[in-house]
Each structure stands twice: as C-alpha cells, then as structure tokens.
Design a protein around this ligand. Structure first.
Ligand code: MG
Ligand code: MG
Length: 258
C-alpha cells in the first residue's frame, strides 16, 4: 500500500508539470497513464463502475464547480481555474488513492482561502485518525473547520477504507459528531478526502452519470491522503511533497486574506 500510495503521489507530481493555462485535460490524463504504466502499476479508475458506464479516464479531473469524478477531455485549462485531480492505482494487489486541487496560473484570494481551508481540514482530520478514536472524530474535525469559514461540506461523497480494494469499509464522512461511529484501530488503512464547496453543500450528477457538481455552481476543492491508523499519530502513506516541489507552494501554509 505504501508503494501504491507513493506511485499515486509521484503521478500527481508528473501531472503538476502540465497544469498550465491552455492545456487540455485529456493531456493530463495521458501523462498520468504513461507514468503509472511505466511504474508497473495499473490505473485503478479506468473502467471502474462496471460495463454499463465505466469511468473513461485514468484521472478524475474536476474543474471549478465540478466536485469530483470529472472526465478528462477537450476542455482547456485557463487562468484562475482550479482543478481537482484524483488518481488511483493498483500494484501487487494493493490500492493507492490521492487527490490534489491545483490552481491554474494566478488565482483570486477567495479561491485560495477555499483551497487552504480544505487542505487544513484534511490534516485536522488525519490528526484524529489515531488508535482508540472513532470515525466521527475525523468527520467532525473536517466539518467544523470548513463550516466555520462558511463553506459547504459535501455529504453525498465520503472517504473510505482502502487496501485490497479501492473502496472498503468503513465510510469516512466529512461531517459527523465526535465520539460516534466505528472505533479506529492501529493498522486500519483509510482514504480521508474532504470535498468542500465555496457555497452550498448540495451536489448533483451530470448526464454523463459521473461528474458531480455543486448545485449553485460554486467552486469546489478536494484533497485526499491515504493513511494508516497508529497509536499516537497516523502514518500518512501518500504525500504532496513531490507536487509542491513542482508548484513551489504549500497551500496549507499560505497567507490568504479571503
Ligand atoms: Mg480519490
Ligand atoms: Mg478516495
């Protein structure tokens, strides 16, 4: 799992090199697929969901008001867009799954505040992912931090266990009450992934059957890490370090006046 999470993290950094105005999102998908295959891993999202409506891409690429599960395609990124890129791989039977929301070119302060708060909430949630706590401790940490800023915490999509499958029990909602839900035990592996909207928490699915958007058209941010529950503090298997080497920004440490 550590290896799979590392491949996902390095794939997102490869993609980061191409997140620039004028780039088509399908190009990002190609970069990711080639990198994953070069590392003897398999894109876990491609074909996901079964024969009826399989997900078409290696990456979920969700721009602005798209929350998650956007299709790579002909859309050209432009200045002031934000783009959430979610990547999953499988190697040696184990899954990795991580997401990062990028800024395209320069972004307004209000949007930067959304990104910063969402990333902070991810780490606040991870801080609660320790042996003896409960799922609700993670959920409420994320929710409180984001709702304090007036943001909408998406309800319809949640984090999850992962390991030999991409999505396993338990669900890890980004909303809930402390001290509730399943007890966390050392060795449990979870994907924690706040999906936070600038406006309403309400979302809907587009006609393609996959793309989730905020119902009010407000921008949405998404960060995801794979972690192992441990005594005292969680072990984070994925990392944003490789991305930050490319983008030269640490979003959770930005000074923003939004
Ligand atoms: Mg993901
Ligand atoms: Mg996930």
């Amino acid at each position: 799992m550590r290896e799979s999470a590392q491949i996902v993290s390095r794939t997102l950094a490869e993609v980061a090199k191409h997140v620039t105005p004028g780039t088509k999102t399908v190009k990002l998908d190609k970069v990711a697929e080639e990198y994953i295959k070069k590392n003897d891993a398999r894109p876990a999202f491609k074909g996901y969901g079964g024969r009826k409506n399989p997900f078409p891409g290696t990456l979920c690429i969700s721009v602005n008001e798209q929350v998650v599960h956007g299709f790579p395609g002909e859309y050209e990124l432009k200045e002031n867009d934000i783009v959430s890129i979610d990547c999953g791989v499988e190697k040696n039977g184990y899954f990795g799954d991580s997401a990062y929301t990028f800024v395209v070119g320069e972004c307004d302060e209000e949007t930067m505040q959304l990104l910063k708060t969402t990333m902070e909430s991810l780490y606040l949630g991870i801080n609660k992912a320790v042996h003896g706590n409960k799922i609700g401790d993670i959920s409420s940490a994320v929710q409180q931090h984001c709702e304090e800023k007036g943001y909408g915490v998406v309800r319809d999509l949640v984090g999850h266990g992962l390991g030999r499958a991409l999505h396993e029990d338990p669900s890890v909602p980004n909303f809930g009450k402390p001290g509730t839900g399943k007890r966390l035990r050392s060795g449990m592996t979870l994907a924690i992934e706040p999906m936070i909207n600038m406006g309403t928490w309400k979302v809907k699915t587009l006609k393609d059957g996959w793309t989730i958007v905020s119902t009010d058209g407000s921008k949405s941010a998404h960060y995801e890490h794979d972690i192992v529950v441990r005594e005292g503090s969680a072990e984070i298997l994925s990392t944003f370090e490789y991305i930050e080497e490319i983008t030269k920004i640490r979003i959770d440490q930005l000074e923003v006046h939004g």
